[in-house]
Design a protein around this ligand. Structure first.
Ligand SMILES: C[S@@+](CC[C@H](N)C(=O)[O-])C[C@H]1O[C@@H](n2cnc3c(N)ncnc32)[C@H](O)[C@@H]1O
Length: 255
């Protein structure tokens, strides 16, 4: 907290003109800032897809984006967003709807629990990508930016799972890359919750969508990517997230 009271008085240096910012100016600035925040919040409530100013074209710096993601990853390194029950439910769905699951990719995995759980239920090779160097501490996790694809993944992946699309600096491009990796008949699962919406976007989670916004985005690239939005599955909400109203999964199939 800034102690504004220290700006009330001061010694004016005799040789120099000293410019003061008095506490009343600070409170004016503060109230302007609060008003602006309210206006931005109101705008976020009205849109279906939101991009934080930090990732908008004229502003974007990849180095800065990576630094912010790594810092956020390290700050939250102890927490796990997904729960095992949902991965079990999704594994059941995959087993019923895809034959012969051999290889899966999870994107933006922090502690790597999703690949651990998918491996347990599917008995398949599943690895995770993580932009932060902390990736190297967790099994079956590679340090990798999920906007990029390895040649060996193209049309080879049976399923993809991510709850981190809101961390993308370009979700349309990102989804296109993920869809390129799916083999024919393969499935991409995108987690959608209250925390993926515009109201929850910021520099760390720079892309926000409503359910309608994400549906539109997927449908916009469906034809060129040879995919179909096949289903929406409800998941279990985490009990400690009191203000979470929505927890579900978009199921997208490569045709
Ligand atoms: C919301 S956390 C999800 C953590 C994990 N999936 C879970 O359920 O606990 C998002 C993670 O994605 C990582 N991330 C952000 N941008 C990424 C990128 N471009 N490529 C790969 N990982 C990224 C972050 O470092 C962070 O660990």
């Amino acid at each position: 907290m800034i102690n504004y009271s220290k700006f009330k008085t001061g010694i004016i240096h005799p040789d120099r003109e000293v410019k003061y910012l008095f506490d009343k100016d600070f409170s004016k600035l503060k109230s302007k800032q609060e008003k602006l925040k309210d206006e931005v919040d109101e705008l976020k409530r009205q849109v279906d897809i939101f991009q934080d100013p930090s990732i908008q074209k004229d502003n974007f710096s990849y180095e800065k984006y990576k630094k912010i993601q790594e810092k956020g990853n390290k700050r939250k390194i102890e927490s796990i967003f997904e729960i095992e029950d949902n991965i079990k439910m999704l594994s059941d769905y995959l087993m019923k709807n895809i034959s012969d699951i051999k290889f899966g990719l999870c994107h933006g995995t922090r502690r790597g629990k999703e690949q651990e759980w998918f491996r347990k239920y599917l008995k398949a090779e599943v690895i995770g990508t993580e932009i932060s160097e902390t990736a190297n501490k967790f099994p079956y996790t590679i340090e990798w930016d999920f906007h990029k694809v390895k040649d060996e993944w193209i049309e080879k992946v049976d399923f993809i799972y991510s709850n981190s699309l809101d961390h993308s600096y370009d979700p349309k491009h990102c989804l296109k890359q993920w869809f390129r990796c799916l083999r024919k008949g393969g499935i991409c699962i995108i987690n959608f919750t209250t925390f993926h919406t515009p109201q929850h976007s910021n520099e760390l989670d720079p892309s926000g969508f409503t359910k309608k916004g994400l549906t539109l985005l997927i449908n916009e690239i469906a034809k060129e990517s040879n995919v179909l939005l096949e289903n929406y599955l409800d998941g279990k909400k985490k009990s400690n997230l009191k203000n979470c109203k929505n927890w579900g999964y978009f199921i997208i199939r490569k045709i």
